[in-house]
Design a protein around this ligand. Structure first.
Ligand code: ADP
Length: 178
């Protein structure tokens, strides 16, 4: 890959610190649990902001296994859609957690591509209640984002950090890919 290509990818990958429910992207990604019926953390925040129609819609989806993703409308959110993905629960790292987390990112990018969604915002999937170490997860998030950006010239990806420490770690991880 030439330097020019690489800087184009980096120009379409950004880090933003704050509440993902406020973003007016084509889709925000939800770090859901396998029931898709709502939970704590970012999942709870997305359901609260979207309103009860989101839970009613998700109840028709029949759940989602770890490593896969499902699409819903955004309902009361500023974002037009929500892509719900189920990250792995961290169990020490020897249970395929990294592979499953990478599969989550790819599944979200696949849905975005199939639906023609170009602006996507991701929370740090699995890095809260599910216990995935943030630095390892950030490397996977950046690596998978870079390959999706390379595959689609119209795609823009925002990695959403909920706090300053996460924001700094994402920036450092992106700098390693630069
Ligand atoms: P998981 O169950 O996949 O670990 P969590 O929701 O517990 O999901 O946490 C995933 C990440 O989302 C954590 O880094 C957490 O700090 C972050 N987070 C929580 N609420 C929000 C929010 N409203 N916007 C963006 N990120 C959030």
């Amino acid at each position: 890959m030439s330097q020019g290509d690489h800087s184009d990818l980096l120009a379409r990958l950004s880090v933003w610190q704050g509440d993902i429910t406020t973003l007016a992207t084509d889709a925000i990604v939800n770090a859901a649990n396998s029931s898709l019926l709502g939970g704590g953390g970012v999942d709870g925040a997305i359901h609260r902001a979207a309103g009860p129609q989101l839970r009613a819609f998700c109840a028709t989806l029949g759940g989602c296994p770890a490593g896969e993703a499902r699409l819903s409308p955004g309902f009361g959110l500023a974002a037009r859609h929500v892509i719900h993905t189920v990250g792995p629960v961290w169990r020490g790292g020897a249970h395929g957690e990294a592979t499953t987390l990478a599969a989550c990112y790819r599944a979200c990018f696949d849905i975005a591509h199939a639906q023609g969604l170009t602006t996507l915002a991701f929370p740090a999937i699995s890095c809260g209640i599910f216990g995935f170490p943030f630095d390892a997860a950030a490397t996977i998030a950046v690596r998978e984002s870079m390959s999706a950006l390379a595959a689609r010239a119209d795609l823009k990806v925002t990695l959403v950090a909920y706090d300053a420490a996460a924001s700094q770690l994402y920036e450092q991880t992106i700098a390693r890919f630069a």
